[in-house]
Ligand binder design. Structure first.
Ligand SMILES: Nc1nc2c(ncn2[C@@H]2O[C@H](COP(=O)(O)OP(=O)(O)OP(=O)(O)O)[C@@H](O)[C@H]2O)c(=O)[nH]1
Ligand SMILES: [Mg+2]
Ligand SMILES: [Zn+2]
Length: 344
C-alpha cells in the first residue's frame, strides 16, 4: 500500500512549481478526507497537499456531517509557510448522499462531482442484497449521478473465463440479475479481476473522467481499481470464510490518479443505506422503468399502489417491469426514508 500523503513528502510539488507560488491562493479538488485534514490536488495535475478548515465552512442549506467531501472543488489559501486553508466550496455538479445511521438523521456526503459511479456487486461472496442495490440506484437518480452496475467475480460462474466448470445455478442468477437491471435501463458490466474479463472495457469508461466505486465490503472495489492501474497497489483482503462477508479493508474515501488518464475514488464498503428524504409521489421518478410509463396513469399524482388505471401496476402485471424492483419500490415507500441495514 502507498504511504499516506503528507506535505513534507510532496513539498517539492505542492502548490505549484516554485516555492513562491505555494503562498498563492487557488482552486483545487479534494482527493482525500481524514478527520480534520483534507488532501487537495489541482486536477488534472497530481500534486497532493494537505489543507485544513478553520471555523465553520458549510455549503448553503446543508445539514451534512461532512460539509466538504472527496471530489469537491474548493478555494484554498496558503500562508507562505506551507499551511493551506480551505476558504470556500464551489457549487456541486452532483453528489452522493447517504443518511447517517445515528439518530441525528444527518446526511453524509460520500463524494461530489462524480462523472460516473460503478456500483459494484457480486452474486455470492458476499451475497447480493437487492434492497441495497435499489436504494443505491434511487439515490443516484435523485442526485443526478450516472451509474453503471459492475457485476464482479464473473469467474465464479463463467466457466469459460476461469477454465473451471461453470456454476450453472450462479450463471442463471447472473442472467436473471442482468436482465432485470438492463431492462430497467441500467448498464450492467460483468467483470473479473481474477481473469481480467472486461477490465479493458472498464478502463475505457474511466479515461478522462472522475469515477467512483461503491458497494458492499468484499465485492472487489479496491481489486478493480488495482486492475485498472496495478501501480496503485491498494490494500485488499480476502472475505471472512466464517461469514462470507468482507472485512472492511478500505477505510478512507480517496481519489487516485489512473495511468490511463482519469481519476478513481475508492471507498469503504457500505453496510446499509438510509434513503434521504423524498416525497412519496416522487419516488417512482427515481425508477427509470416506472418514469417511462407513469404518464399513462389515470390519476396524477399516482403512488402506483392502490389507484385504479395505474400504468405502472399494469406494466408489472405484463412482466414489463420486474416484480422484484416493484417490491423494492413498495418497501421504500413503506420505510419512508428509514435507515435500512442492507447487509452484514
Ligand atoms: N474470484 C474473484 N475474487 C475477487 C475478484 N475481485 C476481487 N476478488 C477478491 O475479493 C476479495 C475482496 O476484495 P477487495 O478488493 O478487498 O474488496 P473491497 O470491495 O475493496 O472491500 P472493502 O475495502 O472492505 O470495502 C479479495 O480476496 C479479492 O482477491 C474477482 O473478480 N474474482
Ligand atoms: Mg477496498
Ligand atoms: Zn400509477
Amino acid at each position: 500500500m502507498k504511504e499516506e500523503f503528507s506535505n513534507s513528502k510532496f513539498g517539492s510539488t505542492m502548490g505549484g512549481k516554485s516555492g513562491k507560488e505555494s503562498t498563492l491562493s487557488g482552486i483545487a479538488v479534494v482527493v482525500k478526507h481524514t478527520g480534520s485534514h483534507y488532501l487537495l490536488s489541482r486536477l488534472p495535475e497530481w500534486n497532493p497537499f494537505t489543507a485544513v478548515v478553520r471555523g465553520k465552512l458549510r455549503l448553503e442549506g446543508s445539514s451534512s456531517t461532512n460539509p466538504i467531501a472527496v471530489g469537491d472543488v474548493v478555494d484554498y489559501k496558503g500562508d507562505g509557510t506551507g499551511v493551506f486553508t480551505i476558504t470556500g466550496i464551489h457549487d456541486r455538479k452532483n453528489c452522493i448522499v447517504r443518511k447517517s445511521q445515528n439518530l441525528s438523521r444527518q446526511n453524509h456526503v460520500i463524494a461530489a462531482n462524480i462523472d460516473r459511479v460503478f456500483l459494484t456487486v457480486t452474486l455470492k461472496d458476499p451475497e447480493i442484497k437487492l434492497q441495497f442495490v435499489d436504494r443505491f440506484l434511487v439515490t443516484c437518480e435523485a442526485y443526478g449521478v450516472p451509474v453503471t452496475i459492475i457485476l464482479n467475480k464473473a469467474d465464479l460462474y463463467r466457466g469459460e473465463e476461469s477454465g473451471d466448470l461453470a456454476d450453472e445455478e450462479l450463471a442463471q442468477m447472473a442472467a436473471g440479475f442482468i436482465q432485470i437491471y438492463r431492462s430497467a435501463g441500467y448498464e450492467v458490466l460483468e467483470t473479473s479481476v481474477k481473469t481480467g474479463y472486461n477490465i479493458e472495457a472498464l478502463k475505457k469508461m474511466c479515461i478522462g473522467k472522475v469515477v467512483l466505486f461503491s458497494g458492499q465490503s468484499g465485492v472487489g472495489k479496491s481489486s478493480l481499481v488495482n486492475a485498472l492501474d496495478p501501480s496503485l497497489n491498494l490494500k485488499t483482503a480476502e472475505i471472512s470464510q466464517a461469514h462470507l462477508q468482507g472485512r472492511h479493508t478500505t477505510t478512507f474515501y480517496q481519489m487516485h490518479p489512473l495511468s490511463c488518464g482519469g481519476f478513481v475514488v475508492d471507498t469503504p464498503g457500505i453496510r446499509g443505506f438510509g434513503l434521504v428524504d423524498f416525497k412519496k409521489e416522487e419516488l417512482s421518478n427515481y425508477f427509470p422503468e416506472m418514469l417511462r410509463v407513469e404518464d399513462n396513469c389515470k390519476f396524477v399524482p399516482c403512488t402506483h399502489t392502490h389507484e385504479p388505471g395505474c400504468a405502472v401496476k399494469e406494466a408489472v402485471e405484463k412482466g414489463e417491469i420486474s416484480p422484484l424492483r416493484y417490491d423494492s419500490y413498495l418497501a421504500m415507500l413503506e420505510d419512508d426514508g428509514k435507515y435500512r441495514e442492507g447487509d452484514e
